[in-house]
Design a protein around this ligand. Structure first.
Ligand code: SF4
Ligand code: FES
Length: 399
């Protein structure tokens, strides 16, 4: 904001406020370059930290092949360059190869985010022939027994290793995705070595983010501060040692950070995803926030129009909606107040400052609860499924 507008000179530069004064901020950001297509919520795995909403969308309501093709064509037409096929497990859809081919035909770079357990060598080759550009495989740990326990699926780890090797045999770039928590952080050095041995290009080490299923399982998943400090040291050493061999991305858990992450790059700024039934969402967990209406591609509006003008996107766009302490904070255009889903999950109001921020009045209380959970006794999971979750059987020996 300029001095001519009568603003005191010590007010931080707020380019978004200027854009908001002129009209919609969406116009300033344009259509995202990459979009996440959640083809289905069905998945053979049952990870207790799944980022899908607790209320999973049913197969009978999913977009048809033709509807997804229409989505892909529309996305390419408005300037999107990359499509991430995700889920649930996208390979549950029998039309996956057809959709990848269509993405190729309309000029989209395609990435498959998969648990891998439904992929055969033949199916993977067909996907590569259809123009698939990149594969990202999620791993639940470095040893079969504990990884299969987290996934709630027997023999998953061994199958993932096979598929990862086939990916490289087909000369497709591979990203290994490892979600970390209290019960697998000790495996981090082995996971890094596993990614090197699999000839992965990239390793994404993401600490669990606590909303949806992960919030339900927070007491079993929350790491201790000592674990996070160890992990950060291990990652930094590996990043230096493996420079040029393996790129390593690392996401610290919010609960142990001073400031929250710039979730989704800021609500409605550079990301949207499409749910299995065609809803256009500002983030993959947005439906955990009640009271927002998310429009569908099945309605009579274009995706571009929903992105620009729908209430769900505009509600938390920019900085104008912010309460204190965000409203007058110098970081407001750096982290955009953190994560709306986390603010809702922990405070019941998505418009509150994300309590991961130390400036939030709720931070101290929430951090203390997390600390207590991290050193607590709970280790059994509630597995993700369409029944609203199933508690892990007693056969697991609580450590
Ligand atoms: Fe970010 Fe708001 Fe915390 Fe400032 S007060 S650092 S804008 S979350
Ligand atoms: Fe939804 Fe952060 S996960 S805004």
């Amino acid at each position: 904001m300029s001095e001519a507008a009568g603003t005191p000179t010590d007010t931080p530069i707020d380019s978004l406020a200027v854009l908001e004064a002129r009209g919609t901020t969406a116009e300033a950001f344009g259509i995202p370059l990459a979009v996440l297509a959640e083809l289905t919520h069905r998945c053979p795995l049952q990870c207790p930290y799944c980022s899908n909403p607790l209320e999973l969308e049913r197969a009978r309501d999913e977009l048809t092949t033709d509807e997804w093709k229409r989505v892909l064509g529309e996305l390419a037409g408005i300037g999107v360059l990359q499509i991430h096929f995700s889920g649930g497990e996208p390979a549950v859809r029998k039309d996956l190869t057809e959709l990848v081919r269509h993405a190729t035909d309309v000029g989209l770079y395609s990435n498959l985010i998969t648990s891998a357990v439904l992929l055969t060598r033949g199916r993977l080759r067909a996907l590569a022939d259809a123009g698939l550009c990149h594969v990202q495989i999620s791993f639940q740990g470095s040893d079969a027994a504990s990884a299969d326990r987290v996934a709630g699926f027997r023999n998953a780890h061994a199958q993932k290793l096979d598929v990862a090797r086939w990916v490289r045999e087909l000369d497709l770039p591979l990203t290994v995705n490892a979600v970390m928590h209290r019960q697998n952080l000790h495996q981090l050095p082995d996971i890094i070595q596993m990614a090197v041995d699999l000839d992965a290009d990239r390793l994404e080490i993401a600490n669990v983010q606590y909303y949806g299923w992960a919030l339900k399982n927070r007491a079993a998943l929350m790491p201790t501060l000592a674990q996070i400090e160890d992990a950060t040291r291990i990652v930094e050493e590996a990043q230096a040692r493996l420079k040029g061999t393996l790129a390593i991305d690392y996401v610290v858990p919010d609960y142990y950070a001073l400031r929250p992450k710039k979730c989704m790059g800021g609500w409605g700024r550079q990301f949207f995803n499409i749910s299995p039934t065609g809803k256009i969402l500002p983030c993959h967990a947005a439906e955990t926030i009640t009271g927002l209406h998310f429009e569908s591609m099945r309605g009579n509006r274009s995706i571009a129009s929903i992105w620009r003008t729908s209430d769900a996107f505009n509600r938390y766009r920019g900085t104008g909606w912010m309460p204190e302490p965000c409203a007058s904070c110098d970081y407001r255009e750096i982290d955009f107040g953190g994560c709306r889903c986390q603010a809702f999950a922990l405070t019941g109001n998505a418009a509150n400052t994300d309590p991961a921020c130390t400036l939030s009045p709720l931070h101290e209380r929430i951090f203390r609860t997390a600390e207590a959970e991290a050193s607590g006794e709970v280790s059994r999971f509630v597995y993700r499924n369409f029944k609203g979750g199933t508690p892990e059987a007693d056969t697991h020996d609580d450590a």
